[in-house]
Ligand binder design. Structure first.
Ligand SMILES: *Cc1c(COP(=O)(O)O)cnc(C)c1O
Length: 412
């Protein structure tokens, strides 16, 4: 028998071996602390000599079941779940980098991540923001103290597709930690491991959870990186297989010390949502492509940025990487004379809200909201003009979505 497909795996083979009473979901464990009859055993768990739970800040059986599910989707050797995607990113950067290190990041990234990287600079990490759609730009930014490269698979909100495989090869050649934020593509379109990533970050709040009812984040270790080449792993975590050290440090620093912990209740909601990731992504990608074509032909639309359109600069790359599905995010720039706010106020299916990867289609004027704080100059650098709409396409019926945008754009 051939290996089961993505959705079969997800609904049947995640954590089931460990559940009680044949329950199809992992139990929601509310306990803060875990007791032991034998003090030796308690000590062994604290010293990582034995698997077990101590205090819920460092995880529960419920968050562990979610972590197993995400590891399976990403084909990784381990995952740590966090309270949000931002908590996951903070854990990666602050657990691994030190003052005087150099980080190369794509300049096309989520605005809050961009802001986080500016905080990292305040702590003495050198930062280069480069056009990661071209590996040559990453290569040109290399310094002797470069430790890490960070990119998004498909960028939020500009939809640029990074030169993912070539950057993976470059990182391997220079033994750099390669961190890929896979939030917009999700492991369903392609596991980050296929691009040579060392670590894959997913905001579980987005496609993986999918229902707009839970925040979460995850860091998955692909097992491709040998952490003996990374100088900042604490002595205590240099045990066992060196392909596992980095995630241990991320877990200890990110959960135990920084406390960005996911609760069991929320972990259950995310795990239930994740079961239908494949179904939702197929529908979302098909809807997004149809809406992208409709808007691209519309006289009030200046341009549509969607990797599924042949006019997208990385259309061929996106097709190669993601097998003809291009995600659910559209960047739409309306013509200059168009009243953006009047158009948005006429929508009655699509909801005006931030967030993405939801069952519902959500629309946001990006420059006036999530990119407002950073100012016009940084917006220009990131390619976000004033008339830029970020549309996160949902699972509605395609005709209803197209009709909604058609009537909203019947303005003068
Ligand atoms: C939303 C998002 C995040 C942050 O995730 P939260 O769960 O909202 O904290 C990180 N990266 C990308 C690409 C995102 O879209």
């Amino acid at each position: 028998m051939s290996a089961p497909g993505f959705t079969t795996q997800t609904v049947h083979f995640g954590h089931r071996a460990d559940t009680e009473h044949g329950s199809v979901h992992a139990a929601i464990h509310p306990s803060t602390e875990y007791t032991y009859r034998d003090a030796h055993e308690l000590a062994a768990v604290f010293q990582n000599r034995k698997k077990g739970y101590t205090y819920a800040r460092t995880g529960t059986p419920t968050t562990a079941a979610l972590e197993t599910q995400i590891s399976m989707m990403e084909q990784g050797n381990g995952t740590v779940a966090f309270a949000t995607g931002m908590a996951a990113l903070n854990a990666v950067f602050f657990a691994l980098l030190r003052q005087g290190d150099h980080l190369i990041a794509s300049k096309y990234i989520f605005g809050n991540t961009n802001s986080l990287l500016m905080t990292l600079e305040n702590f003495g990490v050198e930062l280069s923001l480069v056009d990661a759609t071209d590996v040559a730009q990453v290569q040109a930014a290399l310094r002797p103290n470069t430790r890490m490269v960070f990119v998004e698979t498909i960028a939020n909100p500009g939809t640029q597709v990074a030169d993912l495989k070539a950057i993976g090869d470059l990182c391997q050649a220079h033994r750099l930690v390669y961190v890929v934020d896979s939030t917009l593509s999700s492991p369903y379109l392609r596991p980050g491991r296929d691009f040579g990533a060392s670590l894959v970050v997913n905001s579980l709040s987005k496609h993986i959870g999918g229902h707009g009812n839970a925040l979460g984040g995850a860091v998955t270790q692909t097992g491709l990186y040998d952490w003996t080449h990374f100088p900042h792993i604490h002595e205590a975590y240099r045990k066992d297989d060196p392909h596992t050290w980095g995630l241990m440090q991320i877990k200890k620093k990110g959960l135990r010390d920084m406390g960005g912990t996911l609760s069991s209740d929320v972990a259950h909601r995310l795990a239930a949502g994740a079961e239908t990731l494949g179904l939702r992504m197929d529908r979302i990608c098909a809807n997004a492509l149809a809406l992208a074509h409709f808007l691209d032909d519309h006289p009030l639309v200046e341009r549509v940025q969607y990797p599924g359109l042949p006019n997208h600069p990385q259309h061929a790359r996106s097709t190669e990487f993601f097998g003809g599905r291009h995600g659910g995010l559209l960047g739409v720039v309306l013509k200059e004379q168009t009243d953006v706010f009047a158009c948005l106020n006429r929508l009655h299916v699509a909801a005006l809200a931030t967030h993405l990867g939801d069952n519902r289609t959500l629309v946001l004027p990006a420059a006036h909201t999530i990119y407002y704080e950073m100012g016009a100059e940084r917006r220009a650098l990131m390619g976000i003009p004033d008339g830029f709409l970020r549309i996160s396409v949902g699972i509605e019926d395609e005709a209803d979505l197209i009709d909604d945008f058609a009537q909203a754009l019947e303005i003068r």
